[in-house]
Ligand binder design. Structure first.
Ligand code: GAL
Length: 674
């Protein structure tokens, strides 16, 4: 094995040489060197090539590719090759195919056609992982193991009979008795009482609303089942290839909520495991950059605040949106460095060479169909040079005084059946508040409610509909030691079983916030209501009554007219100890109002921007190394050059800024501060 590339931010992507004749491989390696590629992820979808029939291995071609990469000093993130089962396995064991909500089998002929609960799949996948580990554990190109690919992207939830059995076992471990299960699921309702452990089922299609507790537990179960698949392969690698880092690529994107990555991360430990993720810009979002920045900060939160690896993103267009537009010139570099600005210590892409056949032939790549004689490849080469100069940043941490809480259980529960308003989407306010902070040049960590919150000046609790007693207590404890907190509507409503917290809303946070509502009054699609001042809100309102807090903004129209829309509760410190200010927001404010609210919160909590006096339209973060060195990342999202007041050497241009750093339109600066 070899070390992970040092002195650079590793730069490269998925390499699928099996899609090309041998002659192309040498051209690939030479072009990779011209582009400054320092790592590739190899073999992710190669199962049918390394194990062409049951128990028969063909490593010849992979040996050759590994040899070429070793000779070129390109590090390999080597896949266990188990992401997609081969046809012979699908044929021999058709039962490993997942079954969807309606009982429809998902057939082979695409990818990831395997059931999360399948022990048959585990047996074949771990056998291959072992063969790979035995073959390559001491290969000079091997730098990291890559298990599977984007767990759960296409194969969860699966509703097959194997999953039904697995789910029952999982339930028996979670609930000691059927009485406890019946209580947790509220099974007294609609005659759903379970009298025997053979009765609970996956939440398959039902005549009307399924049981919310069952639905929520099923999501937990599916995430855990896939985690077990991952851990089984990981155990094999630890046994047969100890000392080599291990990763599996997550998908921290707004539209992907299949797995509880916080729960997964709890099983991943330094120095073995590396948190890596894939992120693709979704063009059709109203503000794709807001989502992109948020997801980078979420990944950092999952990685415990430390560096993480950007395993995949795209150089330009993807192929899975209704319309797939290329990135603008400079967009490849800007997107890559946006992730580095938020803690990524690697820049990876899907994929090295654009395919000429198959379902992804129109997906962009480092080396486009047009070849090296293309503007995109020129930009890729430039990015390779920049990555080569960014090595000093590696290992440093992003600084932040603000935490935004994010919890997959809460997200899943807000996706459950029959809630007060389909307009409440879990990520909406989290991402909007994050954007408003970004616009003030204030970075935020996106963290699990169970994380250590004590160092933050300001804690944002957006739409934390489901909150456990422990998490509610942790938030209260952070406030008691001086952090300010903003809780937004539809938070604290249920416990971890999705049972309502009785006595008035917002349940778990009523006393903390000094407010109490007795009825929700969600707004209709498109309905906007006036608030006091020139402000407005949408999506939500409720009959907030003050129980200690004061009203800052009030609904002046709509179903909650006359009630508070935004409140402040400042409790006098007891016994000299600090106590933070508690804010409650009972609507989704218009953009200007939210900007004002976020300004008020930052001023109250003493939260400072990365640099004072920086211009609008530029994202700023600061990464700091343990020895005190620091780098300011400035990402210009505007069409005009912007000047940022920072002194030091810009690693992108190699020039000293002289105090004023010009960041080109759509460009990036990474300034090592003097
Ligand atoms: C990812 C996946 C890659 C490729 C890419 C296309 O989800 O891991 O294999 O399919 O999407 O955007």
């Amino acid at each position: 094995m070899r070390d992970w590339p040092r002195g650079v931010i590793p730069f490269g992507g998925d390499y699928n040489p099996e899609q090309w004749p041998r002659e192309v491989w040498r051209e690939d390696i030479a072009a990779m060197q011209r582009a400054g590629v320092t790592f590739v992820s190899l073999g992710i979808f190669s199962w049918s090539w390394v194990e062409p029939s049951d128990g028969t291995y063909d490593f010849g071609w992979l040996d050759e590719v590994m040899g070429l990469l070793a000779a070129a000093d390109i590090a390999v993130d080597l896949a266990t090759a188990t992401a997609s089962p081969p046809m012979w396995l699908a044929q021999a064991h058709p039962e490993i195919a997942p079954i969807d909500h309606d009982g429809q089998r998902l057939w082979p002929g695409s990818r990831q056609a395997w059931c999360p609960s399948s022990a048959t799949f585990t047996a074949y996948a771990t056998r291959l992982a072992e063969a790979m580990a035995r073959r390559y554990h001491d290969h000079p190109a091997l730098a990291m193991w890559h298990i599977s690919n984007e767990y759960g992207c296409h194969n969860t939830p699966c509703f097959c009979d194997t999953c039904a059995v697995g789910f029952r076992d999982w339930l028996r471990q979670r609930y000691d008795s059927l009485d406890a299960l019946n209580e947790a699921w509220g099974a007294a309702f609609w005659s759903q009482r379970y009298a025997d452990w053979s009765q609970p089922l996956p939440p398959r299609r039902t005549p009307t609303f399924p049981n919310p507790g069952q639905t929520l537990d099923y999501r937990r179960y599916q995430s855990d089942a896939l985690l077990q698949q991952f851990l089984a392969e990981r155990a094999v690698l630890l046994e047969h290839s100890p000392g080599v880092p291990i990763t599996t690529n997550f998908m921290t994107m707004r539209h992907f909520s299949h797995l509880d990555y916080h729960r997964w991360a709890a099983h991943l430990t330094e120095p073995v495991d590396r948190i890596s993720t894939d992120h693709y810009v979704v063009d059709l979002l109203a503000d794709p950059w807001a989502e992109q920045a948020f997801c980078g900060d979420l990944t950092r939160g999952i990685a415990g605040g430390g560096p993480w690896l950007l395993m995949e993103h795209s150089t330009s267009a993807v192929n899975w949106q209704p319309v797939n537009r290329p990135k603008p010139v400079g967009g490849t570099i800007r997107d890559s460095l946006t992730h580095v600005a938020r803690g990524a210590d690697m820049i990876g892409f899907f994929q090295w060479r654009a395919s000429r056949a198959g379902a992804e032939k129109f997906h962009s790549a480092l080396l486009p169909h047009a070849g090296e004689d293309s503007a995109r490849f020129a930009e890729v080469c430039r990015l390779g040079e920049i990555a080569g100069r960014l090595g000093e940043v590696s290992g440093s941490r992003v600084e932040s005084q603000v935490a935004i809480l994010w919890d997959y259980d809460a997200q899943w529960a807000t996706q459950g059946p029959a809630l007060p308003s389909a307009q409440v989407q879990y990520p909406d306010l989290a991402i909007e508040i994050h954007r408003a902070l970004r616009e003030r040049h204030v970075p935020a960590d996106v963290v699990y409610p169970g994380a250590d919150l004590t160092a933050y000046r300001l804690i944002i609790v957006p739409t934390l509909y489901l909150v456990s007693d422990a998490h509610a207590a942790a938030i209260e404890a952070a406030v008691a030691t001086g952090a300010d907190v903003l809780v937004t509507y539809f938070s604290g409503i249920v416990d971890e079983r999705d049972h309502i917290r009785l006595g008035g809303y917002p349940g778990a946070f009523r006393e903390l916030l000094g407010v109490r509502s007795t009825e929700f009054a969600p707004l209709r699609p498109g309905e906007v209501v006036a608030l006091s001042g020139a402000h407005s809100g949408s999506v939500w309102s409720e009959d907030v009554a003050l129980a200690g807090a004061e009203a800052v903004l009030t609904f002046t129209e709509g179903p909650a007219a006359g009630h508070a829309a935004f409140t402040r509760y400042a409790v006098a410190p007891q016994g000299g100890s600090a106590s933070g200010v508690r804010w409650y927001l009972a609507t989704r404010p218009d953009r200007d109002t939210l900007a004002e609210i976020v300004g008020t919160l930052c001023a109250s909590a003493g939260v400072e921007p990365v640099l004072p006096g920086a211009p609008d339209g530029v994202d700023l973060t600061r990464r700091r190394a343990a020895d005190g060195r620091s780098w300011v990342f400035a990402i210009n999202h505007t069409d005009l050059a912007r000047t940022v007041p920072v002194t030091g050497v810009d690693l992108v241009t190699g020039r000293h800024t002289g105090g004023q750093c010009e960041v080109p339109a759509g460009g990036v600066a990474v300034v090592r501060e003097d």
